[in-house]
Write a protein that binds this ligand. Sequence first.
Ligand code: ATP
Ligand code: MG
Ligand code: MG
Ligand code: MG
Length: 569
Amino acid sequence: MRTSQYLLATLKETPANAEVISHQLMLRAGLVRNLASGLYTWLPTGLKVLRKVEKIVREEMERAGAIEALMPVVQPADLWEESGRWDEYGPELLRINDRHQRPFVLGPTHEEVITKLVSNEISSYKQLPLNVFQVQTKFRDEIRPRFGVMRGREFLMKDAYSFHLEQECLEQTYQKMFDAYCRIFERLGLDYRPVIADTGSIGGDASHEFHVLAESGEDDIAFSDNSDFAANIEKAEALAPTGPRTEANQELTKVATPGVKSIEEVAAFLKVDAKATVKTLMVLAPEDENGQQAVVALVLRGDHQLNEIKAEKLDQLAAPLTFASEEQIQAAINCQVGSIGPVSLPLKVIVDRSAAHLSDFVCGANEDGYHYTGANWDRDAKDYSVEDIRNVVEGDPSPCGQGNIIIKRGIEVGHIFQLGKKYADAMNCGVLTESGKHQTLTMGCYGIGVSRIVAAAIEQNHDKYGIKWPAAIAPFQAAIVPMNMAKSARVKETAEALYQQLQQAGIEVLFDDRKERPGVMFADHELIGTPLLLVIGERNLDNQQIEVKNRITGEKSLLAINEVLSLFN
Ligand code: ATP
Ligand code: MG
Ligand code: MG
Ligand code: MG
């Protein structure tokens, strides 16, 4: 690739409105451009990275026995009615009508489509188990698209769905997927952790998330400092607009009247840093005329979100703000989401990480009977209850019995579930067993945020000059950077010859043939994060040498021109 024929699209200035470093660098390095809220065009350099991530994911899925298919983005609404999610899913589901006024959705996920397919195609136990995956665009009408492709509305996901006759078989496939995910994130060169996850609104019996550790992560991960216990303790979705959560949020809007507090005032009152990391804000309304007490949770994370919440919610909170008593918290736990009604002011506010578990209640999630196992699904036999996990606080003994809890931020890049029979039951997906009886199938589902991984990788791998790609996903393996090519025929010839040679050897190389000053060229390649810069200059050519600059280590060394290929062995 020659830069003169390429769309480099690098930017000198840090774009406004890009809050996290990966978003800034993705714009500056010319990886993506914003089209509208949560919608991004992948420019050529970004697409190269995206495809590399996709390739690793695909190879490991296939190695683990999954087979690839491709399902439509647009899905008929009746499938969602059949599964019950037409009503459950809430405003993240974008609903559209065709010209005949028939309702469709843009697929946020594909359980319905695959379950329908399998119920049509599979009739005998002999065809099981089956694990089908795709790499497909998803659309979720996120309430707060942000951080660039990290939380887009349109994004690329690898999703897989497995079908089984028996739970035991599901567990085997689940373990295979768990292991495949570990290999994927290792090959990607990322610092990641599998963590025990909440099964949330999808429902089901067991679930793990895979998190890339980074300060900008939206979730809180509790680790033991002396075992591999790790769990997602942050109820990240307390504000997600699904089901009863949405109603709760709408009700908050209804019951509260304006009593504006600035972020600083609220933060000072609550004795938290206005740039606080993650806090759960419980809003307790007093009893209504029927003696019912209402409760609504807001989750504040990071300064930006605090500001967003200020705009959307905090303005609606009324004074005086006071901490709730233990009794009030207990009363809140005992009340029903459905009971939120026309209650009067004042609202009471508490901020307490240890109250995070309340937000589930507020979300209407039914956690009864859920059990979690250790981070290694198979090998760690110990089970933890939801309460064991939710209530952990930094410094506490780990629920696993070994070590103490430390809390770090994580970016959710993968999520695996044992779904059980929820979809198969609703959509009548079953087979004839060996004894000729009809049996409903049990399912697993396995997601990876392919496009989010690109951003997460940058969060973990950058410096003040730009991106430092892990080798496996760098858009180019090397760049040829000739010094003052316009003035030196010798430099030009050498650069051209080296370009031909590397191309023929199958090396992904970017030949910077622009008439730019060396400083401009170096700045661009450092920004893009090309791992090796092959610098060709008059002086070194006297000795038949070029200079090799390593983006990761910063090392510079001289190399004989005829030995350049050895760099790529
Ligand atoms: P989050 O908690 O970040 O909203 P999720 O739990 O809703 O994610 P899943 O339904 O588990 O997401 O989807 C599987 C994967 O898809 C996630 O682990 C994540 O990597 C990715 N993903 C989900 N939502 C988005 C989004 N809006 N933009 C980019 N990637 C996403
Ligand atoms: Mg989500
Ligand atoms: Mg999540
Ligand atoms: Mg998830």
